[in-house]
Design a protein around this ligand. Structure first.
Ligand SMILES: NC(=O)c1ccc[n+]([C@@H]2O[C@H](COP(=O)([O-])OP(=O)(O)OC[C@H]3O[C@@H](n4cnc5c(N)ncnc54)[C@H](OP(=O)(O)O)[C@@H]3O)[C@@H](O)[C@H]2O)c1
Length: 299
């Protein structure tokens, strides 16, 4: 198998490189825009620069690499930025997928496309794969449009939807709920955490494993990949505080409506993951196990 991964400077992309570089049956080609953040860590991994919004770059690179499988993680992932800059969001999250699908069709490549729980309205979680998308923000709309392009394609495709991914990555600017809570409480800062949103938080390593299971089995269709624990951010914060033995009185619970953000968030998502468990053999960590793993990594 020759697997090409897009967005390998991102959180999932980095975890995929870490996982796939050790699989003997794989030839891995990592791609992202900008310089390779993993160059010093994994000098043996082949890296090519690729801006997925460029149709000519996409078609040239796929013709050159001739992958059997493509895992497309790159996207404009900042939900508020998508709401405010819709043109850029569409270019990154929809037009880029058109380019990739066309190139995969030309070279018979299996495509795994990363999507999100934000395709749903948030009224009915936890959700199985058959639930009907009804996004409440533009990021969700862009992912629904991309899913439709993938589904209408003539290639073997899989859509991997995921939820609230947490983890650490090399030279990676963004924080996550676990480290944010830990660092805030350690600094003695009060934090307000939402108690009316529900998610099944996903350890980044589990998501990478799910994508690998899909590609390895040449699986097709939609898969929900997350943990199976439905938690509010407030409950997650309490778990983090308990793990690191920090002062829970610094945590106040608030409604999501307390915060005004450019993009609306769906209230109740989270996934039913039995399809991935049964068909792929996917076995996620619990949230407590994920906290422990992350704690070890950032030590
Ligand atoms: N993280 C979550 O909670 C979550 C939840 C649901 C779904 N997802 C989906 O899962 C996938 C992976 O998410 P993630 O958390 O790993 O995202 P991420 O950390 O933001 O990584 C995305 C990567 O894509 C790269 N990228 C953006 N535009 C590009 C372009 N035009 N060409 C090539 N690369 C480009 C970014 O490059 P730069 O480093 O240069 O910006 C970034 O490294 C995304 O499709 C996302 O929508 C994520």
């Amino acid at each position: 198998m020759r697997i090409l991964v897009t967005g390998t400077n991102g959180l999932l992309g980095q975890k995929l490189v870490a996982l796939l570089r050790n699989q003997p049956e794989i030839e891995l080609v990592a791609t992202s825009r900008g310089p390779n953040k993993l160059a010093a860590l994994y000098p043996e991994v082949q890296f090519l620069s690729l801006d997925v919004t460029s149709k000519s770059e996409v078609s040239r690179l796929i013709a050159q690499v001739q992958p059997t499988h493509l895992i497309h993680t790159a996207a404009m992932t900042n939900v508020d930025e998508c709401e405010l800059n819709r043109e850029a969001c569409w270019l990154h999250n929809v037009t880029a997928v058109e380019h990739l699908v066309a190139a995969c069709e030309a070279h018979h490549v299996h495509l795994t496309f990363l999507s999100t729980d934000f395709v749903f309205s948030g009224e009915q979680g936890p959700l199985a794969e058959g639930a009907l998308p009804a996004p409440v923000n533009f990021y969700g709309e862009s992912k629904v449009a991309a899913e439709e392009i993938v589904q209408a394609s003539r290639i073997p495709w899989a859509i991997v939807r995921t939820v609230l991914v947490y983890g650490t990555a090399h030279n990676y600017g963004r924080t996550n709920i676990v480290l944010w809570v830990r660092d805030s409480l350690r600094a003695g800062r009060h934090i307000q955490v939402v108690n009316d949103q529900f998610r099944t938080p996903t350890l980044a390593e589990d998501l990478a494993q799910g994508c690998w299971l899909v590609a390895r089995q040449h699986a097709t269709g939609i898969y929900h990949i997350s943990s199976d624990e439905l938690l509010t951010p407030y409950q997650m914060a309490l778990r983090v505080a308990a793990y690191f033995q920090l002062d829970t009185s610094l945590i106040s619970e608030v409604n999501a409506s307390t915060f005004s953000q450019p993009a609306q968030r769906p209230l109740r998502t989270g996934f039913v993951i039995s399809k991935a468990q049964q068909e792929l053999g996917y076995q996620p960590h619990s949230f407590d196990e994920g906290i422990a793993l992350l704690a070890k990594q950032v030590k």
